[in-house]
Design a binder for this molecule. Sequence first.
Ligand SMILES: Cc1ncc(COP(=O)(O)O)c(C=O)c1O
Length: 412
Amino acid sequence: MLKPIHHTFAPLADAAQCHLALSLLLHPSRQQDGKEREKLRMGLSRHTHRDCFLFSSGREALLALLRTCDFPTGSEIIVQAYTCVVVPNAIHAAKLTAIYADIEKDTLNLDLSSVESLITPRTKAIICQHTFGIPSDTERLREICNRNGLMMIEDCAHILPDAAGPSEIMSKGDAILLSFGRDKAISGVTGGAVLCGRQDLAARLQESEQQALPVPTATVRRLLLYPLFYGIARPFMGMGIGKALLALLRRYRLLVPIVTTEEKEGVQSSELHAMPPACAALAVQQLESLQKINDHRRTLVQFYLQSSADLSWPVLHGIRSDLPLQKYPLFVCGAEGIRRSLKRKNIHLSDGWTGCVVCPASADQERTGYCAGSDQKAEEVAEEILSLPTHPGMSLADARRLVAALTPFLKQ
Ligand SMILES: Cc1ncc(COP(=O)(O)O)c(C=O)c1O
């Protein structure tokens, strides 16, 4: 049986993470150690030259930040149309209104002329998402924010730049949002951070972090089991046993869902939780390997770019060979059918970012506040996108196998 190619089977859970997760499970006292959180905070502060505040997820970090800003109830926050449901949920949980700007197809990021047309006296902030690690035009957006007195939040859930860049990311935002979720730039299974250079916000964010509730011990145990379960089940994913094992884990609620049923219905709890020390330990381990992880992603991006050129596949203009993309997006006709066919070859390209404008497709689109038909380009992207994995579990040989399997479908 061929090794599975995938986006979502614990893509960042390598042997080192499984080993550390097991050790944390076997020595619960290490799970209480606040030192790991401080190590992560200091590592990120040093890396980004900003103060760092940790929460149990990116969505909670965003909620904490928006609350700290004290915008009047109902104030408008501009976000882009092709995004994850947890982003508008956090805005709504802060009693603010999400306003969707159109995206550009070539970057999957904010269309700045659409942003400008949406600014009103009620607008207070713009969230600039670097989708899949493709940089937004932060310089122009900074200028728009300055001109209109708006806060600029860079959503870096999908990318953590290293010494080699990309330098335009994390350079201009008043605040930066990070996620350490399971398939993000680096993973602690869960976790999130706000990075901020503004002293007025820092004191209040620190207070929010100190008041955050602990994640229940049983939940932390389930989070630590995630890399182990997938480490065991992953080789069997193309067979019945892999699927049966995961179904069993779900049935007995041994896995923590990434997006809960309530969140899919547009509701985020108003509670904030502290990042579990055990998850901080996992994230620290990956932060220490950031350069290696990003270089691996760059190698695969370069390979996909070269293959696209050789095979005349259209390339998004925003993609450059120096980018450590979270995934490599292509636009194709009949993307969903191709994903379905490739499953027979043990290639699983469903990633939750298809078939809808506010992802995943199982999220109640009406409750997100996105108005169907308002962004034609985002809706086309949702139908045509086919993303290729770049995570550390995906080798160059796997990428070659994937390109070979895709070629017959993409023949002009
Ligand atoms: C663009 C974007 N921003 C923020 C988040 C929130 O991250 P978390 O899953 O850690 O809450 C996500 C999560 O998927 C995301 O895709």
